[in-house]
Design a protein around this ligand. Structure first.
Ligand code: ADP
Ligand code: MG
Length: 772
C-alpha cells in the first residue's frame, strides 16, 4: 500500500501576438518542483479591494510554459500514470481551468495538426503498444465515454443516424451498492482490442460530443467529459485477475461570475458558474482537512463518479490550464489556488486483484487431492469418499441404539471421521422425515372423504361458469361485428388514408433497439459514413439549393479553419502516397523472400542429387551458397518488418487526419448555419419586401428569432472569430451554432439571401473592409 500525493502540473496556453510582459514568471527549482509567480499589473491591482497583494507564488510539480509541445506533456504527465494503470492501479488525469485555457487541447488535442493530438490518443497508443509487447499476460481492454451536463450523465459511445441534441443520447445514472461502490447504469463499455478500434471509439464519442452541442447548452463549457480505459489482465494459469481503469477528464470551465475589478468584489466572493465545480472544491477542502470523516462526494454526479480518484484508491494527476492574459489574471489565480489545495491530498493506491472462480476451483481440487494423499500416508488407509457396506450397517445399528436409548445423556460416538459423522446426520434426518409422513398419512385418510364431496361441488360450479362464458362470448362477437361494419362505412365515406398504428410502433422499436450498444466495427462504419455525408445534408435530407451551395463556397473561402482543412488534405494525400509506396515495396520484398526461399530449395535438391551421383566430403559440410541466401532472406525480413511497422504508424496517422478534417468540416458547417441565419435576418431587416412572401416568412421564423441575439454582420463575425480570445468570456460575441436550425431548402429564399450577401460583400470590398 502506498500513499501518493496528487501530482499537480500547470500548463500555460500560448498567447500569440498579444504577449504581455511581466505578468508571470516560471522558476524551475529542481527536477520535481517549479514555481509560478503571478504579478498583478498596477492598473488591475486597484480592483482587488482589501487585496493589496501584488504578486502570488504557486508551486507545481512542473510548469509547461507556452511553447511546451504535446509529446512533452504526455511524457511527463500521462506516461507515468499509464504505466501504473498497466501495473494494475487506478489512474486519473484531469484538466482544470477556465474556458479557453486549453483543457480540451491538452486532454483530447487540437483540431488542426496530427502533432497536436492530446493525452487520450497518445495514451491509447502507448497502452496498446505496451500490451502488445507483453506476452506473459492476457489483457482485455474496454473504453467508455461519459458526458455529464447539468447533473445528467450521457453515454457518448452510441451510434446515431442523425445530428440531434444531448437529450437523444442514452441517459446514464448512478447506482450505489451496499458497499458504497458506485456503478454507472446505462454507460456502455465497448471492447477495443487494438489502438485502431479504441481510436474509432474516441472519434465516435468526440463527434457525438460536438453534434450534441447547441447554443442553449454550450456543452463544451459547461459539461464534464470522462473518457475511461478499463484494463483487466491475467497471467496464464493464475487465478488472480487484475483490473484497473484510467479516467481522462476534461472538466467544465472553472470561470466564476462576479468578476473582480467589476464593482470591486473580493476575489474569494466570486462564484463558480458550474455548480459541480463548487462541490469539487468542497470535496477537496474536506479531503485536505485532517480528521475529517465525512467527505461530501454525493453532492453531485461528477464527484460521485470520480470518488475513487479524489482521496481514494487512485493515482491522480491534475493539470491546471492557464490563460495568462491580463484580463484573465483573477481566473488564473483562482485556478492556481485550487491546484495548491489539490496538491495537499494524498491517495492510497492498491493493486486491484480478484480471484477467477473457475481457476480457483481447479486449484482447490488439486489441494484436496494432495491432502487426501497425505491422510492416507498418515493413517495407512486409503480413504475413498464413500463408506463400505459393512461400515454403513454398523452405523445404522449405532444410530438405532442411540435413538432408542431413553437416557438423555447418551451419546453417539462414531470416531473422528467426517464421512461417518455426515452419514449419521443424513440418516437421522431421513428417519425423522419418514416419521412425519407416517403421521400425515393417518390424518389424510380421514379427510379424503370430505375432500371428495367438496370436489364434486366445485366441478358443478365450473360447468355453470363455462356455460355463462359461452353466452357472453357470442354476445361480444355480435357487438364487434356491428362496430366493424360501422367503421368500414365511415372509412369508405371519408376515403382518406388511415395510418395504421402497428407499423409505427414497429419502427419505434426498431430505432430503439438500434440505438443501444455498438461494436467497434459499427463505430468504424459510423465514422466512415459521417465522413461521406456532409453535416447538413444529413439534416436536410440531402436537399441543398444551388444558392445555398454557392453561399457555402463563399463562406468556406473566408473561414479561418479552411486553411487547416486544406493543409490536412494535402498531408493526407502525401501520407496516402507514402502508404501506397510502402505497400508496393512490401509486396516486392515479399516476392524477393519467396524467390530466395525457392533458390534454397533448388540448391538443396541439386546438392542431394550430387551426393548420390558423386559423393564427396565437401557435400556433407555447410553449404556456403545456402548460407548466403539465408543471410539475404534475413536482411529482407528485417527491412520488411521496418516497413511494416512504419505502415502501421501511417495508418493511425491517416485515420487521425481523416477525423480532424471531418471534425473541422463539421464545425465549419455548423458555423455556416449560424451565419446563414444571420444573413437571412439581415436581409429581413434591410429589405423586408424580399422575404415578405408567405413562403419565406414561414421558413425563417427560427432565423429571425435567433438573429435577435446577434448583431454582428458576417464580416464582423469573421473578424471577431479570427482574433477572438476564447479564454476571455467578455469577448464572447459569437454564439455557438445550433444544430437544430433547419436550412431552408427553398431555392428562391436561398437565392435571395445569396444575392444579398454578394451585394454586401461588394460594398465592403469597395470600402476596403473585405475579409481578405
Ligand atoms: P478549453 O477546453 O479549456 O475551453 P481549448 O482546449 O478548447 O480550451 O482551447 C481553446 C483554444 O486554444 C483552442 O483553439 C485550442 O486549439 C487553443 N489552445 C489551447 N492550448 C493550446 C496550446 N498549448 N497550444 C496551441 N493552441 C492551444
Ligand atoms: Mg473544452
Amino acid at each position: 500500500m502506498a500513499k501518493e500525493a496528487i501530482r499537480v502540473y500547470a500548463r500555460v496556453k500560448p498567447l500569440g501576438r498579444r504577449q504581455p510582459a511581466g505578468i508571470y514568471s516560471v522558476d524551475d527549482y529542481e527536477k520535481s518542483l517549479s514555481a509560478l509567480e503571478i504579478t498583478v499589473p498596477h492598473d488591475l491591482a486597484e480592483g482587488f479591494v482589501n487585496n493589496k497583494q501584488e504578486s502570488y507564488k504557486f508551486k507545481f510539480q512542473k510548469i509547461f510554459d507556452q511553447e511546451a509541445k504535446q509529446d512533452v506533456v504526455f511524457d511527463s504527465v500521462a506516461k507515468p500514470v499509464a504505466e501504473c494503470v498497466l501495473a494494475g492501479y487506478n489512474g486519473t488525469i484531469f484538466a482544470y481551468g477556465q474556458t479557453g485555457s486549453g483543457k480540451t487541447f491538452t486532454i483530447t488535442g487540437g483540431a488542426e495538426r496530427y502533432s497536436d493530438r492530446g493525452i487520450i490518443p497518445r495514451t491509447l497508443s502507448y497502452i496498446f503498444g505496451q500490451l502488445q509487447k507483453d506476452s506473459s499476460k492476457v489483457y482485455t481492454t474496454h473504453v467508455s465515454y461519459l458526458e455529464i451536463y447539468n447533473e445528467c450523465g450521457y453515454d457518448l459511445l452510441v451510434q446515431r443516424d442523425k445530428a440531434s441534441s444531448l437529450e437523444d443520447l442514452p441517459k446514464v445514472t448512478i447506482m450505489e451498492d451496499a458497499d458504497q461502490n458506485i456503478h454507472l447504469k446505462n454507460l456502455s463499455l465497448q471492447r477495443a482490442t487494438n489502438e485502431e478500434e479504441a481510436l474509432n471509439l474516441l472519434f465516435l464519442g468526440d463527434t457525438n460530443r460536438m453534434i450534441a452541442e447547441t447554443p442553449m447548452n454550450e456543452a463544451s463549457t459547461r459539461s464534464h467529459c470522462i473518457f475511461t480505459i478499463h484494463i483487466s489482465s491475467k497471467e496464464t494459469g493464475s487465478a488472480t485477475i487484475r483490473r484497473s481503469k484510467l479516467h481522462l477528464v476534461d472538466l467544465a470551465g472553472s470561470e466564476r461570475v462576479a468578476k473582480t475589478g467589476v464593482g470591486g468584489h473580493l476575489l474569494t466572493e466570486a462564484k463558480y458558474i458550474n455548480v459541480s465545480l463548487h462541490y469539487l472544491e468542497q470535496v477537496m477542502i474536506a479531503l485536505a482537512e485532517k480528521n475529517r470523516s465525512h467527505i461530501p462526494y454525493r453532492n453531485c454526479m461528477m464527484t460521485s463518479v470520480l470518488r475513487d480518484s479524489l482521496g481514494g484508491n487512485c493515482m491522480t494527476t491534475m493539470i491546471a490550464t492557464l490563460s495568462m492574459d491580463k484580463r484573465n489574471i483573477d481566473e488564473s489565480i483562482s485556478t492556481c489556488r485550487f491546484a495548491q489545495r489539490v496538491a495537499l491530498i494524498k491517495n492510497e493506491v492498491v493493486i486491484n486483484e480478484e480471484i477467477d472462480p473457475t481457476l480457483m476451483i481447479v486449484q482447490l481440487k488439486k489441494e484436496i487431492q494432495e491432502l487426501k494423499d497425505e491422510l492416507a500416508l498418515v493413517t495407512g488407509k486409503q480413504r475413498t469418499s464413500e463408506l463400505s457396506q459393512e461400515e454403513l450397517l454398523q452405523l445404522d445399528e449405532l444410530i438405532e441404539t442411540f435413538l432408542e436409548d431413553n437416557d438423555p445423556d447418551s451419546t453417539l460416538d462414531v470416531g473422528a471421521d467426517m464421512r461417518k459423522i455426515k452419514y449419521c446426520f443424513i440418516r437421522v434426518k431421513q428417519l425423522k422425515i419418514s416419521d412425519k409422513k407416517l403421521l400425515s398419512q393417518n390424518i389424510s385418510e380421514e379427510t379424503v372423504a370430505n375432500k371428495e364431496a367438496e370436489l364434486k361441488n366445485l366441478k358443478e360450479l365450473l360447468q355453470q361458469r363455462d356455460n355463462e362464458i359461452v353466452i357472453l362470448v357470442n354476445m361480444l362477437k355480435e357487438e364487434k361485428k356491428k362496430a366493424e361494419d360501422a367503421l368500414f362505412q365511415l372509412a369508405a365515406a371519408s376515403a382518406g388514408s388511415i395510418v395504421s398504428e402497428k407499423p409505427l410502433s414497429i419502427k419505434l422499436e426498431e430505432s430503439q433497439s438500434r440505438s443501444t450498444s455498438i461494436s467497434p466495427k459499427e463505430a468504424k462504419d459510423f465514422i466512415s459514413s459521417v465522413h461521406r455525408l456532409p453535416f447538413f445534408s444529413r439534416q436536410t435530407g440531402g436537399r441543398m439549393s444551388p444558392g445555398c451551395q454557392e453561399a457555402f463556397k463563399i463562406f468556406k473561402q473566408d473561414h479561418a479553419d479552411n486553411r487547416a482543412i486544406e493543409d490536412n488534405k494535402e498531408i493526407l494525400k502525401q501520407r496516402f502516397a507514402e502508404a501506397k509506396c510502402l505497400g508496393d515495396k512490401l509486396n516486392e520484398v515479399r516476392n524477393k523472400i519467396n524467390h530466395l526461399k525457392g533458390a534454397i530449395t533448388q540448391r538443396r535438391i541439386q546438392r542431394a542429387a550430387l551426393a548420390v551421383s558423386s559423393p564427396s566430403e565437401e557435400l556433407n559440410m555447410l553449404d556456403p551458397v545456402e548460407e548466403k541466401l539465408r543471410m539475404q532472406i534475413e536482411e529482407e525480413k528485417n527491412s520488411y518488418k521496418t516497413m511494416f511497422n512504419r505502415l502501421k504508424v501511417l495508418k493511425v496517422e491517416i485515420k487521425h487526419l481523416q477525423f480532424l478534417v471531418e471534425k473541422v468540416t463539421m464545425k465549419m458547417q455548423k458555423d455556416f448555419e449560424v451565419w446563414w441565419s444571420e444573413e437571412a435576418a439581415h436581409l429581413q431587416q434591410e429589405k423586408p419586401e424580399m422575404v415578405s412572401s408567405p413562403n419565406s416568412a414561414a421558413v425563417y421564423p427560427q432565423f429571425i428569432k435567433s438573429s435577435q441575439r446577434r448583431t454582428s454582420s458576417f464580416s464582423e463575425t469573421m473578424r471577431v472569430g479570427l482574433s477572438e480570445d476564447p479564454a476571455d468570456p467578455t469577448l464572447k460575441t459569437r454564439t455557438l451554432p445550433s444544430s437544430s436550425i433547419p436550412l431552408t431548402g427553398d431555392s428562391q429564399a436561398d437565392a435571395d439571401i445569396l444575392a444579398f450577401i454578394k451585394a454586401r460583400q461588394n460594398i465592403l470590398q469597395k470600402k476596403g473592409l473585405g475579409n481578405k
